[in-house]
Design a protein around this ligand. Structure first.
Ligand code: UTP
Length: 290
């Protein structure tokens, strides 16, 4: 069967973000900035650079700031134009994808990542699609999704980004039960969501980047609850193994788990140090604290 290209990406952004309270009481977690750009914009740009043409946001109540962020800010654009601030104007205009490429769908209750993905089902139809979690910000060139799409164009099926985690952390991730592994690409014969370290089948863990076939939605249709009482994407992906090849791809780059405070702070430091306009001054500041 020919491998269909990936042109749609789904962004689950309906979670409560409780680990960042009180910051996330009125502000969506996905709008927290790493240096000067919201988490969700890193994810959107990574998708855009990978050739994605349809961006589907699964949002919830209180997430309106994201819709405003990707819309025109008419007064601001006018003010910047009048003041001749062309560079700032370009930054503002570059935020938004072209008209018609953005769709918002609501997940009325945060029942889990699998449920959030299922909420986008009608917009996915029978095409393969990417899922990007804005929590995982990845410093990589080319971007992680672009690397995955290259691999996907060779192997097809379901492809997720993976990395090794310390064994004591397997209970935070979906973990691969590995059939074969060439050091870059691991083929899985099973998946377990948040296994206890003592029984985890490996330490190769799924991070927030997925390329999935639409059949995954058929399993999400069942709304079965898994680990933590949530509808888990991992369980639906696991159910397709046998019917659809499943590969975990190790990517070149560094991932920051911005769903945690430590990961978020580390991301801010790493991204600042990666920028020519900030490296020296931030290094100086860091010296004061070490
Ligand atoms: P998390 O597991 O980090 O949950 O979701 P959360 O609610 O955002 O954060 P905490 O744990 O309360 O601090 C990972 C991603 O999946 C989305 C979140 O918005 C986040 O981008 N998500 C999660 C949904 O869209 N819906 C859900 O039901 C659960």
């Amino acid at each position: 069967m020919p491998i269909k290209p990936v042109k749609k990406a789904l962004f689950p952004v309906a979670g409560l973000g409780t680990r960042f309270l009180p910051a996330t009481k009125a502000l969506p977690k996905e709008m927290l900035p790493v240096v000067d750009k919201p988490l969700i914009q890193y994810a959107l740009e990574e998708a855009r650079d990978a050739g994605i043409e349809q961006f589907i946001f699964v949002t919830g109540r209180g997430k309106g700031a994201m819709e405003d962020h990707f819309d025109h800010a008419v007064e601001l654009e006018l003010a910047l134009t009048e003041r001749g601030k062309d560079d700032d104007l370009k930054i503002v205009l570059d935020c938004s994808p072209p008209p018609g490429q953005l769709t918002y769908v609501r997940q009325q209750q945060p029942l889990g990542l699998g449920h959030a993905v299922w909420c986008g089902k009608n917009y996915i139809g029978d095409e393969p699609f990417a899922v990007l979690s804005a929590d995982d910000v990845i410093l990589a060139n080319p971007g992680c999704l672009k690397q995955m799409i290259e691999t996907y164009s060779e192997v097809g099926g379901n492809v997720v980004a993976v990395e090794e985690v310390p064994r004591e952390q397997t209970n935070r991730y979906g973990v691969l039960d590995i059939e074969s592994d060439d050091g870059k690409l691991a083929r899985a014969k099973g998946l377990v969501e948040k296994p206890d370290p003592a029984v985890a089948p490996s330490t190769l863990s799924i991070i927030g980047r997925y390329i999935l076939q639409p059949q995954v939605m058929n399993h999400l249709d069942k709304h079965e609850k898994g680990a933590g009482g949530e509808i888990q994407l991992t369980d639906a992906m696991a159910a397709t193994i046998g019917e659809i090849d499943f590969h975990g791809m190790r990517f070149d780059g560094k991932r920051f788990d911005c769903g945690t405070k430590h990961g978020f702070i580390e991301a801010n430091i790493a991204f600042a140090l990666s920028r020519d306009d900030m490296r020296d001054s931030v290094s100086e500041i860091l010296k004061e604290y070490t």
